[in-house]
Design a protein around this ligand. Sequence first.
Ligand code: CA
Length: 222
Amino acid sequence: MRILVIEDEQKIAAALKRGLELKGYAVDAVHDADTGLSHALDSDYDIILLDRMLPGSMDGVELARRARAGGQSAPIIMLTARGSVSDKVEGLAGGADDYLVKPFSFDELVARIQALLRRPPLVSTEALTCQDLSLNPSTFVVARAGQTIDLSQKEFALLEYLMRNQGRVVSKDTIIAHVWDGDSLILPNTVEVYVGYLRAKIDKPFKKALLKTKRGFGYILG
Ligand code: CA
């Protein structure tokens, strides 16, 4: 899952990027409204964290409005130092889905992100499943046929994306867009390499292959 952070306070932006990456998200951080809007119009983001007061030609509320007008449908969480009721109403009317008043706790932010992505809450043991394969986004436990499988952070992120889209063919470009951040130089070959790593762990030791290649189109799980 890929997250866009639009926040001009570099310290906060860097802390959010680092913290969310540790949670397994791919994160791009930008620091002004105009760069933010051009990124926000990119449909590859799964969620957008948007500071309300930003340098540039518009504030966060206007940015959310323009992103929505431009067809961006990813959930937007507005971050702001101001917490009055009228500010909240204005932010939500502008197209934000949720609102967090600074200073907020990182755990609360993660809980809101998970709620908007309809992930199970942090303490839940609910897992995503595909036949006898399961992946728990909260505990990072992956298992197949009762056997626990160790995955690297990227393998986990790739499998999570495939499980959330199971039964659908996903292209290498779509995978790159949702599993890696914009700073990563990723070629379609890299996806093939990671799919190979994943297959060696989730399919090879078991009788039935779950991760299939649709030649010329991409991959399908299930
Ligand atoms: Ca700000």
